[in-house]
Design a protein around this ligand. Structure first.
Ligand code: B12
Length: 442
């Protein structure tokens, strides 16, 4: 069969004023450019599980409405999408299905709402694609696609993970590539819509497999920049110490998403720096304790560490690793003061990078269920608003308009050229001081 693997690859926000602003703010533009150019690791993984007798093609479509003519000649079209672009993904699926081409669609949104997706595609894959992909291919070849392939509750063993088909990409289009070392996260935050929606366990790929993937990338790209696409990378510190020890000589630079515990392990931080870590992204979520209570389903992990936030950022950055601190605005209890509070926190800690997002109820998350029950969702099925930048619920202590307006104004302050440069220079001067201190004590 000739198979098209289609990724919806756009970056989305509905708030037009925010979009206009985003186009002029240097910090914002830089980050959008970086994250916009990432391929679909899910589809490259499925490509690697496709028997050689089939022909696979990896295609990215940022905006299907702009594609008058779609790529043709396929026996199967497989589409991957997140919530924000799911409407566009459904339109695309329908166009192929109406043209008589079998279409299967998957991803976390479809995992949460397989019945909705079934209205547009020939088949729906819920859960981890690795579990059902080969069956989908067999059934499609025989013209017997089933409406639903349900992998939920059937955990994929990451020890069996294939090396994603990075060779299908035109590498020159990307400024980084993703490698996944784990799925799930022990914290189980109420709002999280990452791979925790696909798997109930925290599971890791054997370090040797991860190294194999990196070596594959190195064959295609001499000095790559990698993004570890984990929900929370450094949960198992011993695993990472082993892995990082082997990354050292490979001349890569990398980025990972983690919790704050990484700051408590100096040996790990040194290894991270030496192996090319450029930045860690940490979900600090709130610069004030309000909002952190009950954020995770199992424990108040972040609230209990709140008092250590500032020191932890200093410790990490003094190792030459920049911190991208993430804040969720509009958590329960946040008032209109929150915008100044975020700004002050960033100024005080000298965070190199900062990411602000709006509390977003993605389908399938405990947050979605709670806000729906509390009748606080403005448009319960407006999935296009699941961008992390649009307000689609009633916050507890401000109006939706106050949240949207405060968010925009905070964005202007945080991403202005002046403040962005100040954050960058501040990091460099902290680092210089730290290095001088190290030399003196050596
Ligand atoms: C890399 C990344 C991107 C990249 C690449 C996206 C892509 N095309 O894959 C880019 C930069 C383009 C991107 C864009 C956006 N992203 Co993003 N991104 C990520 C990130 C960091 C890693 C995702 C990843 O690689 N996972 C690993 C792969 C293996 O998992 P997977 O894609 O889910 O695929 C598995 C299954 O879902 C399934 N599967 C998936 N597709 C298919 C298709 C078929 C046919 C089958 C059978 C199976 C199947 O099988 C795969 C293997 O098990 C996550 C955060 C994180 N740490 O996880 C956020 C994340 C996925 N992004 C998110 C968001 C909100 C966005 C944007 C809306 C941001 C914006 N405002 O524009 C856009 C939306 C784009 C869209 N298509 O709708 C949310 C999505 C939540 C949701 N449920 O919708 C996440 C979880 C972050 C968060 N904070 O909540 N993102």
């Amino acid at each position: 069969m000739r198979i098209a693997l289609i990724a919806m690859s756009g970056i989305r926000a509905c708030d037009e004023e925010l979009l206009r602003l985003g186009l002029t703010l240097p910090g914002f533009v830089e980050r959008s450019k970086t994250i916009a150019s990432l391929p679909s690791l899910g589809l490259l993984t499925l490509a690697a599980l496709t028997p050689e007798k089939h022909q696979v093609e990896y295609i990215e479509i940022p905006d299907p409405a702009k594609e008058e003519r779609l790529p043709e000649g396929f026996d199967l079209v497989a589409i991957s999408s997140y919530s924000a672009q799911i409407g566009e993904a459904y339109d695309l699926a329908k166009r192929y299905r109406d043209a008589g081409v079998p279409v299967v669609i998957g991803g976390p949104h479809v995992t949460a709402l397989p019945e909705e997706a079934g209205r547009f595609a020939s088949a729906v894959a819920a859960g981890e694609g690795e579990v059902v992909w080969e069956q989908i291919l067999v059934d499609c070849e025989q013209g017997k696609l089933k409406p639903v392939y349900d992998a939920r509750g059937r955990e994929f063993d990451l020890a069996q993970a294939p090396v994603p088909r990075f060779d299908l990409l035109d590498i020159s289009k990307y400024n980084r590539l993703t490698v996944q070392t784990s799925r799930g996260c022990p914290h189980q935050c109420e709002f999280c819509a990452s791979s925790v929606v696909l798997t109930s366990a925290y599971k890791q790929k054997p370090a040797a497999k991860v190294l194999q993937e990196i070596d594959k990338i190195l064959e295609l790209w001499e000095h790559p920049f990698l993004e570890f696409a984990d929900d929370n990378s450094f949960v198992n510190k011993a695993y990472w110490k082993e892995l990082l020890g082997k990354l050292g000589g490979k001349k890569i630079r990398w980025f990972a998403e983690t919790d704050l515990s990484v700051s408590e392990d100096e040996k790990l931080l040194s290894l991270m720096r030496r192996s090319g870590c450029a930045q860690v992204l940490i979900g600090l979520e709130s610069p004030v304790e309000t909002g952190l209570r009950g954020l995770e389903l199992r424990s108040d992990w972040k609230r209990k560490r709140f008092g250590r936030y500032k020191d932890a950022i200093r410790t990490i950055q003094s190792h030459g690793i920049t911190v991208n601190g993430c804040f969720v605005l509009g958590l329960d209890g946040h008032t209109v003061e929150i915008f100044d509070e975020v700004f002050e926190f960033v100024r005080e800690t000298g965070l190199y990078e900062v990411q602000i997002t709006i509390l977003t109820a993605f389908p399938g998350t405990p947050l979605y269920a709670r806000l729906r029950k509390e009748n606080r969702l403005l448009q319960p099925e407006a999935w296009e608003k699941c961008t992390l930048f649009d307000v689609n619920y009633r916050p507890t202590h401000m109006t939706p308009e106050e949240l949207a307006d405060g968010f925009r104004k905070l964005g202007i302050r945080l991403y202005s050229e002046e403040f962005t440069n100040w954050r960058r220079n501040n990091f460099k001067s902290i680092l210089r001081k730290h290095r001088a201190q190290e030399r003196r004590s050596a």
